[in-house]
Write a protein that binds this ligand. Sequence first.
Ligand code: C2E
Ligand code: MG
Ligand code: MG
Ligand code: MG
Length: 279
Amino acid sequence: RAKSGGRNRYALFDPDMLAALVRRTALESALRKAVDEARITCHLQAQVGAAGRVVGAEVLARWHDEAFGTVPPGEFIPLAEACGLIETLGDQVLSLACDRLRAWENEPVLGRLPLSVNVSARQFEQEGFAARVLALAAGVEARLVIELTESVLIDEPQRVIECMQALAAHGVRFSLDDFGTGYSSLAYLKRLPLSELKIDQAFVRDIHRDGNGAAIARTVLALGESLGLAVLAEGVENAEEYHALAQAGCTLFQGYWFGRPEAPDAFEARVREAAAMPA
Ligand code: C2E
Ligand code: MG
Ligand code: MG
Ligand code: MG
């Protein structure tokens, strides 16, 4: 924002704007380096069914930089999308997830768990995306779930739908993330090969006290039921929210109440331990 008039008439940038630009430029080159060196890691967050049993996990990208510290994905994912790094970063996350799925293959409980990976619109729009996913997921397609948001449908819905169909034909499943916060038409729900809707945390927060949130959750659950889709509530932080959701008929949950995102080793240890306990 160039200032006009007053004493700063000749200043092109204000200091805050300049500082933000400098940070962004430095952050971008640090991210480029981290992606080049394949230093992006992943945490896993449990997805649970009735009785708190772990039925899967979401893969969440993590970046720790020496200078910037731990940068949240809410900051580095949009940056990666803006500066052309999301394709490579996204492939790295998919590859980490598929490696885990293969490593679990012969384990009693872990061997049955699907992993859900977030995929950006930019990734879907790439030439050859479906083929690359299939190459990365060879042998574990049936345990790979791709989370997408309604934003993937904004630019090239037909191309995205074809890509999804190609992957679905090989057993890859799709979950619509942050459901209810986008602005795509509900008509798309019928055209997409989805298997799950994720109720956004916005509708889960304080659901036990918020009549509107509860009404929306019940509506999404009913929608899922009539379309034959599983419905998972995300961002469940306490027992009150969990009970209100269960009361509304929800059977799949994810959130701090059931477990924070954690290093894959810790997640695996927890699942093995729970499996070893007598029911
Ligand atoms: P998302 O896919 O909706 O993931 C859920 C976010 O909610 C995660 O934030 C998770 O840590 C957080 N969360 C889980 N349970 C709770 C809870 O009980 N309370 C609260 N307040 N938050 C909870 P995170 O890890 O910071 O990721 C933020 C977003 O960044 C994700 O939202 C997703 O859109 C994006 N993202 C993360 N990893 C990737 C990736 O590998 N690729 C792409 N394209 N996007 C990613
Ligand atoms: Mg997600
Ligand atoms: Mg979400
Ligand atoms: Mg989100």
